[in-house]
Design a protein around this ligand. Structure first.
Ligand code: SUG
Length: 443
């Protein structure tokens, strides 16, 4: 079956701000309380979507969520009109107001785990929204994410949508950020590599920062997706790199088609991982970068391994889609140039994007996208208004310019006008993207 990979990027929401909410995410802690620029953030994200679409790649978009999320504040005991709820939360529980205001759904690598139909026993493409149980602000996403995915991939013949796993630490699931699918051809059964931070009691654990993804969650998703055991591989992320700020595996490894590009220290047992993947998929390639060339600290600050790796139609090999921070770090840039110049690895081009607004919260190019491998029939079944064309990118940019502020600080989150602006914007957006009523305020 012919299939190709599409990227569905998360559109940055109007409440994008820096609240220091993500423990273990170095950038989020470093930029806590700095003013943000939601308009610039959304335009930077759209710039990447537009550029990848122009490269001939299938590019889609997923909508942001309704934030501040008043239903959560009400469920937590705040009463009154929306403006009163916001004022009380700001006064009595500012941390909760920050959590319900985060635009974190922009990082759609955490929206779900997706398995292409070629890998699944029933021949359908499977989605399991991540429960994001490790952080309050992220745990608010799955319900709306599920609706957005169901509206975007609305065809029961082709797409199977599962409920998120139970939201408890034992089942912590962060979606595609800890999952890579390797294959020789997108349309043929591949190997699904699940990476967990927290396994059995006897396995090593990070000591400073939390391990967000559990092995039990990976196994549950693999079962739900009806994956073949022989082509499903589970490996543990090195606890030391989690403690160095690698809160998701996609901060230190990225795969595409037959290639896994990663840091030497990414996994507890890289040799075993390579052996197992090779046995299941002869022809797979590994490009490992040594600590002597790129330290884990440089990998975390530049997000080198959070690059997207894509196969651009009409070209050979793989192109790296990197954040500006990679070009600004001499060692990282030298490493990228070495990889491109070398003939014995399949990486042969690089494109640089300014995604600073997202990067300052620890979200690089690969965090901003959910990959969905689609056969031609599946592609035709995707909600047509979700695809990025030049016209759609123009319309979305105009929408951002009309509705988004260019500066937000914590005090603004309690401003009832921001809530109204957001609802007006999102209501319009669901029309632009033909998604129906996916938000609580629309129901
Ligand atoms: O979950 N940052 C996100 C970044 C997610 C990046 N995604 C991937 N690596 N796939 C997180 O840590 C920060 C929000 C704040 O502090 O305001 C935040 O949630």
């Amino acid at each position: 079956m012919t299939a190709s990979e599409a990227n569905f990027d998360g559109l940055v929401g109007p409440s994008h701000n820096y609240a220091g909410l993500a423990h273990g995410n170095v950038a989020s802690a470093k930029n806590a309380d700095k003013p943000s620029n939601p308009r610039e953030a959304a335009l930077q994200g759209l710039g990447k979507m537009r550029a990848l679409a122009a490269m001939g790649l299938a590019q889609g978009v997923l909508p942001p969520q309704e934030r501040p999320h008043i239903p959560t504040l009400k469920a937590l005991g705040f009463t009154g009109k929306d403006a009163e709820v916001l004022a009380k939360a700001a006064r009595e529980a500012p941390g909760l107001l920050a959590a319900v205001s985060s635009a974190s759904s922009m990082w759609t690598a955490n929206a779900a785990t997706v398995s292409p139909s070629a890998d699944c026993a029933d021949g359908k493409l499977h989605f399991t929204p991540a429960n994001l149980a490790s952080h309050l602000h992220r745990s608010l996403e799955p319900a709306t994410t599920a609706r957005a995915l169901a509206a975007t991939f609305a065809n029961a013949r082709h797409f199977a949508h599962h409920a998120p796993l139970p939201a408890t630490p034992a089942m912590g699931d962060e979606g595609a950020a800890n999952h890579t699918r390797l294959c020789l051809d997108y349309g043929v059964a591949g190997v699904e590599l699940f990476v967990y931070g927290c396994g059995t009691d006897s396995e090593p654990k990070p000591t400073k920062y939390p391990a967000r993804q559990t092995r039990a969650a990976c196994e549950a998703v693999a079962r739900l997706h009806q994956l073949t055991t022989a082509r499903t591989v589970h490996h543990q992320q090195a606890p030391a790199v989690i403690d160095a700020g690698v809160f998701h595996n996609d901060v230190i490894a990225v795969g595409n088609r037959e290639l896994l590009f990663c840091h030497q220290q990414a996994f507890v047992d890289a040799a075993a991982l390579q052996r197992e993947v090779r046995a299941a998929l002869p022809g797979v390639r590994f490009v490992e970068v040594a600590e002597t060339e790129v330290s884990v600290a440089d990998a975390v600050s530049s997000y080198l391994f959070n690059s997207q790796l894509v196969c651009v139609p009409g070209t050979e090999g793989h192109t790296l889609i990197v954040a500006q921070e990679c070009a600004e770090n001499k060692k990282i840039w030298a490493c990228i140039q070495r990889l491109i110049a070398e003939r014995d690895n399949p990486i042969n081009d690089v494109k640089v994007f300014d995604l600073r607004q997202s990067m300052h919260n620890g979200g690089g190019p690969a965090c901003l996208r959910l990959r969905v491998v689609l056969t031609e029939a599946e592609r035709a079944a995707v909600n047509s208004a979700s695809w990025i064309t030049p016209e759609k990118a123009d319309a979305l940019e105009a929408w951002v310019r009309q509705h988004y502020r260019d500066r937000l600080v914590f005090a603004d989150l309690a401003d009832p006008a921001l809530l109204d602006e957001t609802r007006t914007a999102l209501d319009r957006l669901t029309q632009l993207l033909g998604l129906g009523s996916i938000y609580d305020f629309q129901r």
